[in-house]
Design a protein around this ligand. Structure first.
Ligand SMILES: Cc1cc2nc3c(=O)[nH]c(=O)nc-3n(C[C@H](O)[C@H](O)[C@H](O)COP(=O)(O)OP(=O)(O)OC[C@H]3O[C@@H](n4cnc5c(N)ncnc54)[C@H](O)[C@@H]3O)c2cc1C
Length: 245
């Protein structure tokens, strides 16, 4: 069955990092925005490219479903990228058609295992959705997020995640910078550098076997998948991936 099409109005925006803009949309029909945390929507953009009349671009839902018609997206502005540039210039009040929700990169809470989440840039947005849903449902199953970006200013939702981690011991937030400034005292290097150590620590806590959730650009996702599956020998069903390109 095809996922449904719906219209949504942009109600507000805010910068999350120099190249990342959060867009909050509201369904025009007023119906609750129902989805599984981790899913994405297709935005149908009125941008003409190569004589084609419109552009389809997918975006993960960054918010958790809360029964309201609202939902949040976080869009990285890609250099010379027609879709993301257009969305960065969109003014509140504009409406857009969307198709979705869709996708299988999900973590059903009823059967959730301790999770190591590995993301770069806006690849962390499905994990933010999963974390907010888990907190709202008073889950206690560990969710650790390793977020890789270049500079400290590129960390998105950093304050919110640190706050969640302070308030909920099952949440852990581990940012790592590939180009840290002199004052950075946190982890350094690519996400790959930290996966084995964090996995061992999570597995040592006992309980069900951990699952890994990996999201971002193919280069990182492919390299982390190889690390988890080939080098660490994890079975396929414990490794969940979503690629943005
Ligand atoms: C399932 C799915 C979910 C996605 N969710 C998001 C999301 O939540 N936020 C988001 O910003 N993008 C997301 N994307 C990527 C998004 O659909 C577009 O590809 C992106 O906005 C670039 O489109 P463009 O037209 O500006 O540039 P294009 O000319 O189409 O893309 C140029 C290149 O930009 C690079 N690129 C794509 N996405 C990113 C990114 N996020 N960060 C850095 N480089 C990128 C890729 O290498 C791509 O080949 C998602 C993609 C998929 C398939």
């Amino acid at each position: 069955m095809l996922p449904p099409t719906f219209e949504a109005r942009l109600v507000k925006t805010r910068p999350l990092a120099p190249s990342v803009r959060e867009l909050t949309f509201e369904r025009v029909d007023g119906r609750p925005m129902a989805f599984e945390p981790g899913q994405w929507v297709n935005a149908l953009l009125p941008v003409e490219l190569d004589a084609a009349p419109g552009l389809n671009r997918s975006y993960s839902l960054a918010s958790a479903p809360d029964g309201s018609p609202r939902f949040e997206l976080a869009v990285t502005r890609v250099q010379a990228g027609p879709g993301s540039t257009w969305l960065h210039a969109l003014e509140p009040g504009a409406t857009l058609p969307f198709v979705g929700p869709q996708g299988f990169f999900t973590r059903p809470l009823a059967s959730a295992s301790p999770s190591l989440m590995i993301a770069t840039g806006t690849g962390m947005t499905p994990m933010r959705s999963m974390m907010r849903a888990a907190v709202a449902a008073a889950s206690q199953v560990p969710m650790w997020l390793v977020l890789g970006v270049r500079h400290e200013g590129d960390v998105i939702y950093g304050e919110e995640l640190r706050e969640l981690a302070r308030a909920h011991p099952f949440v852990r937030f581990v940012p790592t910078l590939s180009q840290p400034g002199a004052s950075w005292t946190g982890r350094k290097g690519y996400v790959q550098t930290h996966v084995q150590e964090l996995w061992a620590e999570l597995a040592a806590q006992g309980g069900a076997a951990p699952h890994a959730y990996v999201c971002g650009l193919e280069r990182m996702v492919g390299s982390v998948r190889q690390l988890l599956r080939k080098d660490m020998g994890l079975p396929r069903q414990q490794v969940h991936t979503e690629r943005y390109d």
